[in-house]
Design a protein around this ligand. Structure first.
Ligand code: UDP
Length: 249
């Protein structure tokens, strides 16, 4: 809830979007990490799925509206901002933010890895220690129900983490970070989808060419049967943007 005055904030379908590139994102998060007051902040990397889901889930919409930083995860959001605001919004995808923070801050980071199937976050943590020298504040898998939210939030709050990676799937992860923000109390909390899987090596990062074009979702959808139903949803998003543009006149 603290968009800085010099960082323009747009609205896309009632959700905020900060116009900020990857490098400035890393600098801003670095400031939050360095603040001795350890004020908690939540980060959302916005994608079309979030926009579509949040329309029918008020709790999810609230978590995005209350986020301290909302970056454009992919090309779908860049497209929507161009269509609806004639703005060129740079991308700051979740994985690039997490890797960039680890590269810049290494051993200053006390990371809590929350999410993915049992065992995967352990592997992610081991690799992050090996590759970036981060300190592991804690680890928990992402398969627990709402009745365990408070227990897990307290575990994280007591861990002394300064970076929380919450990778439990779009919606669940943003709502968890937003609802428990006070108990979590972590200076930087990011909802970051499949990032723990990628760090663990159980999922591959999309190839560089798709990342350069900003279309890594094409690769993900094509390579994962579970995601085949998402392609029509992305087309729906394009339709939604067109309709909104007509409505705005
Ligand atoms: N995940 C989890 N708990 C759940 C559902 C998913 O920890 O209840 C993890 C899953 O194992 C994966 C990550 O969340 O590591 C992203 O999942 P998925 O790709 O299905 O979600 P998306 O972010 O693409 O919606």
């Amino acid at each position: 809830m603290s968009p800085s005055p010099h960082r323009p904030r747009l609205r896309l379908f009632d959700l905020p979007l900060d116009v900020i590139n990857l490098s400035d994102t890393l600098t801003l998060l670095g400031d939050w990490l360095a603040d001795p007051a350890r004020r908690p902040h939540t980060v959302v990397t916005l994608n079309p799925e979030i926009i579509v889901q949040a329309r029918s889930h008020p709790e999810f919409a609230r978590a995005v509206q209350d986020a301290d930083l909302v970056t454009a995860d992919g090309v779908g959001i860049v497209y929507a901002a161009r269509q609806l605001h004639a703005e060129e919004v740079p991308r700051a995808p979740g994985f690039d933010i997490v890797r960039g923070l680890m590269q810049r801050h290494g051993a200053e980071l006390r990371v809590f890895f929350l999410g993915a199937k049992p065992g995967v976050a352990e592997a992610a943590a081991q690799n992050a220690v090996r590759d970036y020298g981060v300190v592991v504040a804690g680890i928990h898998h992402g398969y627990f129900g709402p009745e365990d939210d408070e227990r897990v939030a307290r575990l994280i709050g007591d861990s002394g983490a300064n970076l929380l990676l919450t990778a439990m799937g779009a919606g669940r992860q943003e709502v968890f970070n937003g609802q428990w923000r006070g108990v979590l109390g972590v200076p930087v909390m990011i909802g970051c989808g499949g990032v723990i899987d990628v760090l663990a090596g159980t999922a591959e990062l999309a190839p560089a060419w798709t990342r350069k074009l900003g279309v890594e979702w094409v690769w993900r959808v094509a390579g994962d049967r579970k995601r085949w139903n998402r392609a029509p949803r992305l087309l729906n998003f394009v339709r939604m943007v067109r309709a909104e543009k007509r409505r705005k006149g």
